[in-house]
Design a protein around this ligand. Structure first.
Ligand code: FAD
Length: 505
């Protein structure tokens, strides 16, 4: 350790971002760094963020969390994917199921073979080759890592969780390693020489100094924006929705192992099944729908009994021009926000912390490290943005002014290139380590009604009889695997019912 080594980190904010950052940093950095987290009960947290993607499970491994204990503590359920209803056209439905689809063969991935096969009348759809999709249809789940002793991978899962309980769970976990301060930050003090943050001041007058500051203060960006004036890139020309009304409702049966995203006249509505209730939200574009109408639609389409009156949230999809500025790194809503259509925000917190650890600085925050962090962050955000735009832009819906507007959205070049490759020859190119892999792009492009004109010519080299046998074998193996799984609700009751084992009959 030398004089430049960072010894004091201050995290402002105690929502999911603050406590996830505190838990991960304190685990990784150990005792060499003192971490202090400031949160304000008076301000509170955004209180949403209940649907996740499978990368969240890596946190458990890193922190040594037991999955059953976690699910029990956060009223959690299993998420195997997202069901999109009415997106391509009214009445049409498709899945973005996690995990692999089929098996690669020879030099090719699976999907060119499937594209060839689907020309035959009555050919099974793509989702017949996805274990996650088959388990979703059957409402079943088991912790299956492989399909028997075959090369087929097992299920990939994420969680639905109560956002407030999750932040509290991480807080409990980090409590011994992180100093927590309840208080409201009212002033941020900058160093005259270079504009680095020196300290934050609380209402009580207390001054908290640090060498590295993590801004997890939510949409406002107390440090990154209010103090450092970093600037925000507004992406509403691509992602026009800017409001959500949210409300919980009572639990409904069957307990779905998937999130629902149902398109609406000026946006879409989510349904997230938890053990004790369902989470609901209606995301919409305020240019095309008023708040009262949006709330009325939410309530009309809620399953079960409404438990609280709808609450309004405003947002602007986009990202901070620099997530890392001087000695301040913004994470969570302070860094940026894209609407929760593919449940990516919690993942972005996690990957931001991982990036920070990979590029961990000393007190000088070397400009090259900062620039690399910001480059990687931008790449990750922009690729997710493209994936979200796809859902709105590739649609046949023209039934409302909102959907007519979506059909006119200008595509970023990166997305235009991807779509052209798929439309002409069914090719999917994953850019570097972008978050969404080929199976995700494939499902959403097909689901949104994009039909490739042809498939990879190498797929024609396989004799028809061998192709038929290959495909039918996969379908049989997946069907048997799903038959052997318990129902999702049974799995939860047996392993992680929030009431504890005594509550299980
Ligand atoms: P917040 O929860 O707003 O926390 C901010 C913290 O900063 C609070 O503790 C507050 O007290 C503190 N603070 C603020 N100002 C001060 C101050 N002056 N002094 C001291 N403390 C202060 N993500 C997903 O991954 N999946 C989803 O399904 C999903 N759905 C969403 C739906 C909607 C409508 C929205 C808006 C977001 C959704 N998100 C989702 C995003 C997710 O909610 C956030 O990424 C996550 O909750 C992290 O929020 P946060 O911790 O950055 O901010």
């Amino acid at each position: 350790m030398n004089a430049s080594t960072i010894r004091q980190i201050v995290i402002v904010g105690g929502g999911t971002a603050g406590w996830m950052t505190a838990a991960l940093l304190s685990r990784a950095l150990g005792e060499q760094v003192h971490i202090r987290l400031v949160e304000s009960d008076e301000i509170g947290t955004v209180g949403v963020g209940e649907s996740t993607i499978p990368s969240i499970r890596l946190i458990n491994t890193f922190l040594g969390l037991d999955e059953d204990d976690l699910l029990r503590s956060v009223q959690g359920t299993i998420k195997l994917g997202i069901q999109f209803n009415d997106w391509h056209r009214l009445g049409a439905s498709y899945l973005h199921a996690f995990g692999d689809i089929g098996l690669p063969l020879g030099l090719l991935p699976f999907h060119p073979y499937w594209l060839r096969s689907r020309q035959a009348p009555g050919a099974p759809d793509l989702w017949a080759y996805s274990l996650n999709a088959r388990a979703i249809d059957a409402h079943r789940f088991a912790r299956l890592e492989r399909v028997g002793d075959t090369p087929l991978t097992g299920l990939r899962w994420a969680y639905h969780l109560d956002a407030g309980l999750y932040a509290r769970y991480l807080r409990r976990h980090a409590a011994q390693r992180v100093e927590r301060t309840e208080g409201k930050v009212v002033k941020v003090n900058l160093r005259a020489s270079d504009g680095f943050i020196e300290s934050v001041q609380l209402t009580s007058g207390e001054i908290i100094s640090g060498e590295l500051f993590v801004d997890c203060s939510g949409f406002r960006g107390l440090l990154i924006e209010d103090a450092l004036k970093t600037g925000y890139e507004d992406w509403r020309q691509w992602l026009p929705c800017d409001r959500a009304v949210v409300a919980p409702s009572s639990r409904v049966e069957p307990l779905r192992p998937f999130t629902q995203a149902n398109a609406r006249p000026a946006g879409w509505q989510w349904r997230i099944p938890l053990q004790h209730r369902s989470g609901n939200g209606h995301v919409y574009c305020s240019r095309f729908m008023g708040d009262d109408e949006a709330a009325a639609l939410l309530v009309r389409d809620i399953e079960g009994e409404l438990l609280e009156q709808p609450r309004l949230l405003r947002f602007t999809s986009g990202m901070r021009r620099q997530s890392w500025n001087r000695n301040c790194v913004a994470l969570g809503l302070a860094a940026g926000f894209m609407e929760p259509l593919e449940s990516t925000s919690i993942h972005l917190i996690q990957s931001g912390v991982q990036r920070l650890l990979n590029l961990f600085p000393d007190r000088h925050c070397d400009a090259a490290l900062v620039a690399e962090y910001n480059r990687q962050t931008r790449f990750e955000y922009e690729r997710i943005r493209d994936f979200l735009i796809l859902h709105y832009r590739a649609t046949e819906r023209r039934d409302t002014p909102f959907w007519q507007h979506c059909a006119q959205i200008d595509l970023p070049e990166s997305l235009e290139r991807k779509l052209a490759l798929f439309r002409s020859g069914g090719r999917i190119v994953r850019d570097a380590d972008e978050l969404f892999a080929e199976p995700a792009w494939l499902q959403v492009m097909l689901g949104q009604g994009i039909a490739p004109a042809s498939h990879h010519p190498l797929a024609d080299a396989l004799p028809q009889a061998q192709l038929d046998e290959f495909l039918s074998h996969i379908r049989t193996l997946l069907g048997r695997a799903v038959e052997g799984m318990p129902g999702h609700a049974d799995f939860i009751a047996r392993h992680c019912a929030a009431g504890g084992p005594a509550a299980v009959a």
